[in-house]
Design a protein around this ligand. Sequence first.
Ligand SMILES: [Zn+2]
Ligand SMILES: [Zn+2]
Length: 271
Amino acid sequence: MVTDGHNHTKLFSVDAGQSIDELIDQAKKAGFKRIGITEHYEIDFPDDGLNWMFDLNDYTEAFNEWKKKAEPDIELLKGIEFGYQTHVAEEIDKTASSTPLDVVLLSVHLFNGEDFYVHRDCYKLPKKELHTQYMAKMAEMCEKCNNFDVAAHYDYINRYTDNLNNFVLYEDCPKEFDRFFEALITKEKALEINTKSIQKHRERGFTRDLPDPAILNRYKEMGGKYITLGSDSHFPGTFAVCFSDAIEYLKSLGIKETVYFKDHKPYFEAL
Ligand SMILES: [Zn+2]
Ligand SMILES: [Zn+2]
C-alpha cells in the first residue's frame, strides 16, 4: 500500500474540517499503513481574517501525541505545507531547517500576491499566459528554496476557474515546466500528483481530469524519479480520494513506484 503524503487537520490548518482521529480512522478503513500530515503554514499571507500560521512547538507537541496514539496501526509522518512567495523564500528555508519534520511541501497558493480562491480576476487572462506565469512561480520556488522535499499541486492554478477547458498542459508553457523539473531533479526533490485536483476536475465537469501525460513523460525524460501521491484531504470522506485511478494511470505511463519522505529521506513504494 502506498502512502497518502498530503493531509490537513482542523487543529492547525485553518481551512480544514477534520480531526486527526477522523483522518486516522479513514486511513485505517482504507487499509493504509502510513500517512503524511502536512499542515498549512503561510508566512506573510494576505490578510483574509484567518490565521494561516501556528505555533511550531504546539504542533510538535500535538504531533508526538498523535503519533503515539496512531501506532502501531498507522505511521504518521510530520510535515508542513509552506505557501511560497518570493519575499518569504529565506524565511521558509530557515523555518523548515529549524523545525523537526519528516517532509516539507512547498506550494504556490497566490497569483500576483492575491489568493485566487477570493480574487478571480486572474482567470480573465488567456489560459497560456495564466499557466505560464503560475509555472514560472513554481519553478522560481524550487530554484530559490532548498529545505523542502516536495513541490505540491502544480495544477492548483485552475482550481477555481470557470473555464472547464483550463486544464494544465505541458504545451501551455514548456520552458517553465522544464525549469521547474530541472530544479526538482538537480535538488533531488519530488513532484506531487495531487489527487484532489483529479477529484475537483471530475466534480466540476472538466473536459479531462488525469494529469497531462506529457508532463509526466517530460519529467521522466529529464531524469525525474521522485513522485509523491497526496489527496490534500481537509474534510472527512476525502482521504486518498481518486488514489486507485491515479495509481492505474501512473502505471499505464510506465511509472512503477512513488515515494514518501521520512526525516527528509525518500523511500520508494511499488505501485
Ligand atoms: Zn495547497
Ligand atoms: Zn494542502
